[in-house]
Design a protein around this ligand. Structure first.
Ligand SMILES: [Cu+2]
Length: 167
């Protein structure tokens, strides 16, 4: 089929379309978005269907069950909650804000508990979201726990995964 390239709409148009009255051309202009703008917007990174909505923290990497080598690159994510560095000398917790903590081979702490400033916990009080963590070979549980400015846990903002560190 012979086709011409219509400069006005950016669409390929058949002879028939070109011959048709200008009204038709206008109509094709109106629909040009469906042709020239055929590129779909980039799909949003869809959360798994099982993920509940609302505030949450999650590991961007590694994936649960991954085989990894030490040092292990950890990256943390947060949704519907504000990641914030701890202000110097903070004496109270700002509502709706927190920073990440990682616990190695330990469970989520109860809501409101103070996250120890000691092993197996690491605080990311500068609102940082990555670390290259040294881990001995074997299986490890990694717990990502959000804490407020007083390093106290926040209801529901904790997740865990398991990785196997290979030699
Ligand atoms: Cu902390």
């Amino acid at each position: 089929m012979h086709a011409t390239f219509d400069l006005l709409t950016g669409c390929r148009a058949t002879d028939k379309t070109v011959r048709t009255a200008r009204v038709a051309l206008l109509i094709s202009c109106i629909f040009a978005m469906a042709c020239g703008g055929a590129e779909a917007p980039p799909a949003e990174r869809a959360a798994p269907a099982t993920t509940p909505s609302g505030p949450r923290v999650f590991f961007v990497q590694p994936q649960d069950g991954a085989m990894v080598k030490s040092p292990v690159k950890l990256e943390f994510g947060i949704a519907d909650y504000q990641l914030a560095a701890v202000p110097p000398g903070a004496t109270e917790a700002r509502a709706g804000m927190g920073h990440h903590h990682v616990g190695v081979d330990t469970d989520c702490l109860p809501a409101g508990a103070e996250i120890p400033m000691a092993s197996p916990w690491v605080h990311f009080g500068k609102a940082n979201t990555t670390i290259d963590m040294q881990l001995p070979p074997g299986q490890h549980k990694l717990t990502l726990q959000l804490g407020n400015d007083l390093h106290r846990t926040i209801e529901g903002l904790c997740t865990t995964l398991n990785v196997t560190v290979t030699e």
